[in-house]
Write a protein that binds this ligand. Structure first.
Ligand code: ARG
Length: 580
């Protein structure tokens, strides 16, 4: 059991024994670490609801806590706060248990849920750009956190392959080639170029836009010629997109798209009409929402085409019927929040997925130094691949080549560089609260110090190096004991792991993990500066610290893993030309 839950259980027992309502029997990490390790404010809440004196209740509880030798110091402060400090031996015991457990004491969800995760959301014919970064990176982190917490997760990329852009490209190809006969010879670059031209043309020319709409509607209605060409566009795009997601290590169980919902879309429209939930409005089929300030949902456009909203509504039905989703999470730009509010309300009105909860995890944009969405130097949209290459080039600058260091092949170094470069991009993204946007720090994001991915990776590589040296010197792991303040602080941080992961899972917020992993790495530095391992003469201390170091290494690695970041075994710094 995790430390916090052990403490909660002890409190519940005491509350019960004293005849107090145990719903107030909860501890939390102390807001005043100078006074205590944990605090319980239950006496205050209880006194309020039962009109009793809070200090008196707190003192009663304190008297019981004092009998337990797992606690070193109990005090009642202020109006009735209980301050609780743990005995070093108790903390050490928790650490030894965590070190012996493959989950480091992290508990599994008692009621595992079936969660469908919708993230990625790339569009056919459009290269992934920096706007797609956050959905893939945040989505993958949440996917791993949910899985580790014990839930059953199915991730679906939800490809944008059925909207007007499809008709726009087909129209553009016809425009340039006369027909679609050459379509199947086009590669991703050519297809993207058609899309770019189509976009410009449709902005300027209303007739071209109308034509694209018409082709989209015909495509959706099964025009075989359009479908054949469209299948090629989709296939080539998916191949390119898969490569990008592989680089980012984002995993999708399903590669379904909006088009896969087409048949269900038809059923939804029929259902909504039959139940008189939908109405006709100027040739379109719409559903009005309870809040009339929100625009109605357009199920079918006046030209007969299905829109973005309908595909999402139909997809909910499929995720409920086929995948039995109990929870559906959408990791999508927060500018789409109205879209999701509309979609969720219609799904509820039509009772498509009873008992399923929906959540839109909306994220802010990646900005440049000017506070506007991040662009390339010449003002164009920053492609994801370009961003990754830029990061790789940056890390390469500060990494020695294979000729400069012994024992590393060029391949080893390339792998290390890419792990660091991608880790740097991902950590920079995940250290920020999901809902807020952030400025891409071109200069600092790949530094080895500060709150960066490479800083954490370096902490891991440093411990790896200590472990190798210890092995060579024959130093063995021993039981963890606490002999100074730095060890104690480090251990208490480790003991928070369960709570941290539970919070990140409940709040769907990876930055809770990145804050934690950064603090843990910092505390490790403090510990290592004051608590020698290899040079410690007292072997009991040395081998306790060695075990503690390994535990920290494993927990740092786990947390990076949950963020979707790999940790290189070894890291090389160009200036020092030494390995850590
Ligand atoms: N393809 C969409 C876009 O680029 C994002 C899809 C998000 N997911 C969803 N189920 N709507 O805007």
């Amino acid at each position: 059991m995790s430390l916090e839950n052990i403490l909660n259980q002890k409190m519940v027992n005491i509350f019960n024994a004293l005849g107090l309502d145990s719903k107030f029997a909860f501890v939390k990490v102390s807001d005043r670490p100078d006074l205590s390790d944990f605090q319980c404010n239950g006496a205050l809440a209880l006194a309020k609801s039962e009109r009793k004196n809070p200090r008196e209740i707190a003192s009663q509880i304190a008297a019981q806590l004092e009998k337990d030798k797992d606690f070193a110091k109990i005090s009642v402060d202020g109006p009735g706060f209980l301050n609780i400090s743990l005995a070093d031996g108790f903390i050490a015991k928790i650490m030894n248990e965590a070190a012996a457990d493959e989950r480091f004491g992290v508990e599994k969800a008692k009621n595992p849920r079936k969660i469908v995760m919708d993230f990625g959301g790339p569009n056919v014919a459009k290269a992934l750009h920096v706007g797609h970064l956050r959905s893939a990176v945040i989505g993958e982190a949440i996917r791993r956190i949910e899985l580790f917490a014990g839930h059953d997760v199915v991730s679906d990329v939800h490809l944008g392959d059925w909207g007007t852009p499809m008709g726009m490209i087909l129209a553009e190809i016809i425009n340039q080639d006369g027909d679609l006969s050459k379509t199947e010879s086009y590669d991703i670059n050519q297809i993207s170029a058609f899309y770019k031209k189509a976009n410009i043309r449709c902005k300027e020319d209303e007739a071209a836009k109308e034509k694209a709409r018409q082709i989209t509607a015909e495509l959706q209605n099964g025009n075989p010629e359009y479908q054949k060409a469209w299948r090629h566009l989709r296939k080539v795009s998916v191949e390119a997109i898969k490569k990008n997601y592989e680089l980012l290590d984002a995993h999708f169980d399903l590669w379904l798209g909006e088009s896969d919902a087409h048949e269900t879309c038809g059923k939804i429209v029929e259902m909504a009409r039959n139940r008189q939930i939908a109405e006709l409005d100027d040739g379109a089929t719409i559903i009005r929402l309870s809040d009339d300030k929100k625009p109605p949902v357009i199920l079918v456009k006046s030209d007969g085409g299905f829109g973005y909203q309908l595909t999402d509504i139909a997809t909910i039905k499929m995720r409920y019927d086929d995948l039995h989703a109990q929870e559906i999470l959408y990791v999508v730009d927060k500018r789409q929040s109205l879209h999701f509010e509309q979609v969720f309300e219609v799904a509820e009105k039509l009772n498509l997925a009873p008992d399923t909860t929906f959540k839109h995890i909306g994220f802010g944009t990646v900005n440049g130094a000017d506070g506007k969405p991040f662009k390339t130097r010449d003002g164009g949209v920053m492609n994801l691949e370009d961003l990754i290459n830029m990061s790789i080039a940056k890390v390469r600058e500060s990494t020695p080549t294979a000729d400069e260091v012994e024992g590393f092949s060029a391949q080893d170094i390339e792998k290390m560089i890419s792990q660091i470069a991608i880790g740097a991009i991902k950590f920079q993204d995940l250290k920020n609260n999901t809902a807020s946007g952030y400025v891409f720090e071109l200069e600092d994001f790949a530094k080895f110090d500060g709150k960066t991915g490479p800083y954490i990776q370096y902490a891991i590589a440093r411990i790896n190096s200590i472990l190798r040296k210890a092995q060579d010197a024959g130093l063995k792991f021993g039981d963890i004991i606490i002999t100074n303040q730095e060890e104690r602080d480090l251990c208490l941080k480790i003991a928070q792991l369960n709570t941290i992961i539970a919070r990140a899972e409940a709040e769907k917020e990876p930055s809770i993990i990145s804050d934690y992993v950064y603090n843990l790495a910092q505390l490790f530095s403090g510990f290592y500066n004051t608590s020698p391992i290899m040079s410690e003469a007292d072997k009991t201390k040395a081998s306790s610290r060695l075990k503690l170091a390994k535990l920290v290494r494993d927990i740092l690695k786990l947390n990076l893993y949950l963020l979707g970041i790999e940790a290189p075994e070894v890291m090389l710094k160009a200036e020092a030309k030494t390995a850590a």
